[in-house]
Design a protein around this ligand. Structure first.
Ligand code: HSE
Length: 437
């Protein structure tokens, strides 16, 4: 194992270019740590002529990533093209079938085809590493696959999308619009090619599906995840959250319950003094609640070229050292089917904002509908037209904001349907779940 590890990289966007720079910049340190040099010997990308700020002269060029994946000049194939279709899919499959270890940052591909790819890796006796696919620089895959191999995990949750956390942070702290914050996240290279994947929660759901598999030993099943994004979050919600002692974060949560595994992605109210509420900007955080130990939280940069490349490089270093762990922490035959806990059975506190008719008795009528479903209120705020900022009063209606004690999703949905039938509100109520942390 003393010869150099020969790496082929498909995809030379911000992550691919940062990876090539990091491999070159840390050559001696990598050789010392891995006991052999790591060399990028071949690359593939859509356009050959583009200036990426890195020296590609000594590398073999492939216009077809699938050809690169099977080429004898490489030992490990690094897939940084993204997407759950070809060419990424065929290239990874071909590399594994050709007996090459694969390192990828592609959560979409693994969320959809991860189990099949783990099978291919197992059959070929090679590694399939994807640390960069979740939380970029945060070593969460390694933590779950290796560090916590002896623990039974009850809940794993976190801020898994840098773009959304960046948007929510800037909206809250600087009063900027959603659209403006999204534009800046795109300019900084955080967002997906199609940013609706970020803001509508698909990206978080894909990452959560991988975390749930690692945490609970289940097959990767993104369709088992309940999902809401942040595009409906208004400045009024962030201001109300602040007033009530909360902050809004897009969380991915997977929790073991007596009814099965509950997996959900949605905007979430977290207490302002909790550690997850302190996580700002593009930073991600993952908390693991495991039996017998206090929760473990890992925090770090969750998107961006250099952060993502650093995780890719750690995966390559493992291949160079000959470290090989089953992709989802156990042999594929040992992965269980997901028993999905229905979202209607979810229990927790809720923030609900209504735009209510500004006439006597409206708040009382809403409270009655909630009481009929045994929902108790921790706080209720009604802003009368005189006291409310003009941005909040619309056509004789005012916001009524409620925080409930723990109740069920089913009860909340039934109560909201009854309030709707009473015709005391305009528009759809805003509902944000509260997570205990
Ligand atoms: N678009 C993703 C994010 C990139 O914003 O977190 C990292 O997976």
């Amino acid at each position: 194992m003393s010869g150099p590890l020969r790496v082929g990289v498909a995809g030379l966007g911000t992550v691919g270019a940062a990876l090539i720079a990091q491999v070159a910049g840390q050559r001696d340190q990598l050789t010392a740590r891995c006991g052999r040099p790591i060399e990028v010997v071949a690359v593939s990308a859509r356009s050959r002529g583009k200036n990426r700020g890195v020296d590609l002269k000594k590398m073999k060029w492939f216009s077809d990533p699938v050809e690169l994946a099977g080429d004898d000049s490489i030992d490990v194939f690094v897939e940084l093209m993204g997407g759950d279709r070809d060419p990424a899919k065929s290239a990874v499959e071909f590399a594994l079938a050709s007996g090459k270890s694969v390192v990828t940052a592609n959560k979409a591909l693994l969320a959809k085809h991860g189990v099949k790819m783990a099978q291919l890796a197992e059959k070929a006796g090679v590694a399939l590493n994807y640390e960069a696919a979740i939380g970029a620089a945060i070593p969460i895959v390694k933590t779950l696959r290796e560090g916590l191999a002896g623990n039974s995990i009850n809940r794993i949750y976190g801020i898994l999308n840098g773009t959304c956390n960046y948007i929510l942070t800037r909206m809250e702290q600087e009063g900027l619009s959603f659209a403006e914050c999204l534009k800046q996240a795109q300019a900084l290279g955080y967002a997906e090619a199609d940013p609706t994947f970020d803001v509508e929660g698909q990206d978080t759901a894909q990452k959560l599906s991988l975390l749930a598999s690692l945490a609970f030993g289940t097959k990767v099943e993104p369709s088992a995840i309940y999902r809401e994004g942040i595009s409906s979050i208004a400045s009024a919600d962030l201001a109300a959250a602040d007033e009530l002692g909360y902050r809004v974060k897009l969380l991915g949560v997977a929790v073991r319950t007596p009814k099965g595994i509950e997996q959900r992605v949605h905007p979430t109210m977290v207490r302002k003094d909790s550690s997850i509420a302190q996580v700002m900007g593009v930073t991600n955080a993952v908390t693991i609640d495991a039996d017998g130990i206090n929760p473990i939280t890992l925090v770090g940069p969750g998107a961006g070229g250099a952060a993502t490349a650093s995780a890719v490089l750690s995966d390559i270093a493992d291949v160079a050292r000959g470290v090989k762990v089953p992709p989802f922490g156990r042999p594929v035959a040992r992965l269980k089917d997901v028993r999905k806990a229905p979202m209607q059975r979810h229990e927790g506190g809720y923030y609900i904002r209504f735009q209510a008719r500004d006439k006597p008795g409206t708040a009382a009528s809403i409270a009655t509908r909630l009481a009929e479903q045994d929902i108790s209120l921790e706080s209720i705020v009604q802003r009368h037209a005189k006291g409310a900022p003009s941005s909040e009063t619309k056509n004789g209606s005012v916001p009524v904001i409620l925080i409930t004690y723990a109740t069920s999703e089913d009860a909340v949905r039934k109560a909201l349907a009854a309030v709707g039938r009473d015709k005391v509100i305009s528009g759809r109520p805003q509902v944000i779940r509260i997570e205990k942390n």
